[in-house]
Design a protein around this ligand. Structure first.
Ligand SMILES: [Ca+2]
Length: 134
């Protein structure tokens, strides 16, 4: 779980990792991240959004049964220094990180990035990205 402003409206949003979230009818243990919006009156479910392997632009195979996808851990940080925090989410079973770019309407799967120890030149590290500390 992590809290930060993801769309630059001045209100703090909350990202919640949902490990092993079932996606669709046959993706068990897929995992997801749910983003709840902060508003002038506080946290709300209005305009909340789920990010998972079925989100357009997210790398993964929605047809692969039991694919493990982020939700183990999630962190919101403004990696791009534009005033909006981007979610980065882990899938510990697959040792990978998913980074979602921010927009004025919030994070999006379009243009999301999959990072692994190998893609970062760190070799094989099976527990890479196991936990993100807020
Ligand atoms: Ca940003």
């Amino acid at each position: 779980m992590s809290a930060a402003d993801t769309n630059g409206d001045g209100c703090t949003d909350l990202a919640v990792g949902v490990p092993r979230q079932v996606v669709g009818e046959n993706l068990f243990r897929a995992g997801a991240v749910t983003l709840l919006r902060g508003g002038k009156s506080g946290l709300t479910g209005k305009n909340s959004r789920q990010y998972d392997v079925g989100t357009p632009g997210v790398e993964g195979d929605p047809a692969e049964p039991n694919d493990s996808w982020p939700g183990s851990s999630v962190l919101l940080r403004d990696f791009t220094h534009d005033g909006r925090a981007e979610p980065i989410a882990t899938s510990d079973e697959k040792a990978r990180l998913h980074l979602f770019p921010g927009t004025t309407s919030g994070p999006t799967g379009t243009g999301s990035t999959l990072l692994t120890a190998q893609s970062l030149g760190l070799g094989t590290r099976p527990y890479f990205a196991a936990n993100l500390t807020d």
